[in-house]
Design a protein. Structure first.
Length: 304
């Protein structure tokens, strides 16, 4: 898995807090002054996928392996970064290495955490970062995370700003409280659910960050079942051929590729087994140069 999302924004916007929450452990240093992050922090995060548990439960499979995305916590940019301000050239170089961008925009107020511009204004902040990226010739796909205080997650003014950002920049924008998510990540799963229930929230906003990042990278998922004991999700770029997908699973699958049998995961769950799905005509055969269809359980046929 070599595709990555870079987490960017102005200093003290909460980038590293969001990164830590995503990884569910403290990796990036968090402090109350700019440029805490100089070298980028890198981590791999599992993609929540209810399809895996559905397949595993129906076929009595004991182990599941989710797809994953690499996240990179890039140091904060400032106005003039494209001209070298604030170690800008170094930071922009790190951004050029990622495949997509998560732009963290500060909307929370905290006396101890000074805003680099001295004023909380999400619309101005996103304009600064977008302009720096444009001036530096960086034009990658992006989503915008508005980092709000817990009490402002339902703020009508911030929701309005997210709608403005969607319309103006044609990007997906939504509210997250990175501090809350980082605190939740430290709790056991049952306590997380109880806390979210108290807040009247169905699930962690991190699931939205991860799933939107997956879409941003234009990835699709296929599944393999190993020996009836493990079901695994594999992320590949849309348009990937069957033989390229086979290479991702194992080089021998690609070298000796004969054909691939595929079944939609829902149809497999409905029928209850690969044999039943095949008997009922739910399994199709696909050649090596055809595109990998989305949401398929795949069995590669190959010669040694």
């Amino acid at each position: 898995m070599n595709l990555s999302c870079g987490i960017v924004g102005l200093p003290n916007s909460g980038k590293s807090t969001l990164f830590n929450a995503l990884l569910k452990r403290q990796i990036a240093q968090v402090a109350e002054y700019p440029y805490t992050t100089i070298e980028p922090n890198v981590g791999v995060v599992e993609v929540p996928d209810e399809r895996l548990s559905s397949i595993a439960d129906r076929l009595s499979i004991g182990k599941i392996v989710p797809a994953a995305i690499k996240f990179i916590d890039v140091a904060g940019l400032i106005k003039g970064a494209h001209q070298g301000e604030g170690l800008g050239n170094q930071f922009l170089g790190h951004i050029r290495e990622v495949d997509a961008i998560i732009h963290v925009v500060r909307a929370f107020k905290a006396e101890k955490v000074e805003h680099v511009s001295g004023k909380i204004d999400p619309e101005v902040d996103i304009e600064i970062v977008n302009d720096e990226l444009f001036q530096a010739g960086i034009d990658k796909p992006a989503i915008c995370v508005i980092n709000a205080s817990e009490s402002d997650l339902n703020s009508t003014s911030l929701i309005r700003i997210s709608e403005v950002l969607k319309e103006k920049y044609h990007t997906y924008a939504f509210l997250v409280c990175a501090k809350l998510e980082a605190e939740l990540a430290e709790l056991p799963e049952d306590e997380q659910k109880a806390y979210l229930k108290e807040l009247g929230v169905e699930k962690s906003a991190l699931d939205e960050v991860i799933s939107q990042s997956f879409k941003l990278l234009d990835l699709i998922t296929f599944f393999t079942i190993a020996g009836g004991k493990m079901v695994q999700a594999w992320p590949v770029k849309r348009g990937t051929t069957m033989v390229e997908a086979a290479e991702k699973v194992h080089s021998d699958f690609a070298k000796g590729f004969i054909t691939a049998e595929v079944c939609d995961w829902q149809k497999l769950v409905e029928t209850g087994s690969w044999h039943a799905a095949k008997t009922q005509g739910k399994v199709a055969t696909i050649g090596k140069n055809e595109e990998m269809p989305e949401n398929m359980v795949v069995e590669f046929k190959f010669s040694v």
